[in-house]
Design a protein around this ligand. Structure first.
Ligand code: MN
Length: 348
């Protein structure tokens, strides 16, 4: 029994703890059963890193529990997602032991890789709908993205030619799909990881430059935000402020597109104002306050609250002239809009 091993018991406890924190209902018995089966089924296999293979489905389940906590069935499926593909256990066995819901999602995850490889659907206008109709259950997609994310996070252990192939596929197929599903946070991480393996020199140079400017950036943003925060407090608006660092790949893409060096990409300064309200009018009040303090730059204003993006993304984007004439991109959104921006289909 896997759970006789204190290391495994601890891993399971950890997973269940996160599930309890993020989910309303947690079937601990079912998760435990899936955990044990996954350890057993993969017991003879190793990852490229030399670790027991089970660490992979386990980490995928942890990503689901942290990033897309939809329900306990998704956790169970994440633990079992490679069992049918890589071992002798069948979908019928899963159906008998874990029920139809679990076995159908596992079956879907096993088959979805083929759909992702079908490049032509990435060109279809509403491929989100197309993919959803093919997949039926959004949980299949969430497990698949968590799977790809963990594989990308551990790509360093894989041979260079395979690294390139997987990174390319991630950049061309998975990242755009993550965007379509509104999984903003996953999209950025996938892109940055793929960028690292596809163009390591450019990646490292950018990372170094961003790091060197970090203190500078942080103190500037603090100075920039101070009067805004003060005015918002006076107006009784509760907010969370984040001086977000731009993602490496998006900076790189801008440099290439505008043919400009790092130093001239101006929206390196960016903050996000998240309002503790569901009243969207307060976003416009906030915008008004920002514009009273700093001059907005024409043509850089986008109102995705009135007109959401097709992946349901909502936010106000504006760029203003901050102290020392530096341009700062400001995003304004409610808590709920932020959840949707980061977690897309998994937000609820
Ligand atoms: Mn996997």
């Amino acid at each position: 029994m896997a759970l006789d091993n204190p290391k495994y018991q601890k891993m399971l406890d950890n997973l269940i703890k996160i599930c309890r924190k993020n989910l309303k209902v947690v079937d601990e018995a079912l998760i435990t059963k899936a955990f044990e089966l996954s350890v057993e089924a993969h017991k003879n296999d190793l990852r490229a890193s030399g670790e027991p293979y089970f660490t992979h489905p386990y980490e995928v389940a942890m990503i689901v529990a942290e990033e897309f906590p939809l329900d306990d069935v998704t956790i169970v499926t994440a633990l079992l997602h490679d069992v049918v593909e890589d071992t002798d256990y069948t979908v019928e066995f899963m159906n008998r032991e874990f029920g139809k819901e679990v076995s159908e999602i596992i079956d879907g995850v096993t088959k979805i890789s083929g759909i992702f490889r079908g490049h032509e659907i990435t060109k279809a206008e509403n491929y989100r709908k197309l993919l959803l109709s093919m997949v039926k259950d959004v949980r299949v997609i969430l497990v698949k993205f968590a799977d790809r994310l963990h594989n990308m996070r551990t790509l360093e252990f894989v041979k260079p030619d395979k690294q390139r192939r997987i990174a390319q596929e991630t950049l061309e197929i998975y990242a755009p799909f993550a965007h379509r599903f509104g999984l903003g946070k996953v999209k950025w991480e996938l892109e940055d990881l793929a960028f690292k393996y596809l163009n390591r020199e450019a990646y490292e140079e950018l990372a170094r430059k961003l790091k060197a400017k970090r203190r500078d950036r942080e103190s500037y943003i603090k100075k920039f935000a101070e009067p805004i925060v003060k005015k918002l407090e006076e107006a009784n608006l509760k907010i969370e402020l984040s001086g977000r660092a731009k993602h490496l790949y998006s900076i790189y893409r801008k440099m290439v597109r505008r043919n400009k060096p790092f130093e001239e990409i101006y929206d390196l300064f960016a903050i996000r104002i998240i309002l503790d309200t569901e009243n969207r009018n307060e976003c416009y009040t906030t915008l008004g306050i920002v514009n009273q303090i700093y001059l907005p730059v024409p043509d850089r204003f986008k109102d995705y609250i009135s007109i959401p993006k097709t992946n349901n993304y909502q936010s106000i984007h504006t760029t203003v002239v901050g102290p020392l004439g530096r341009l700062v991109e400001v995003q304004i959104r409610t808590r709920r809009m932020h959840e949707v921006a980061e977690k897309g289909v998994a937000a609820h």
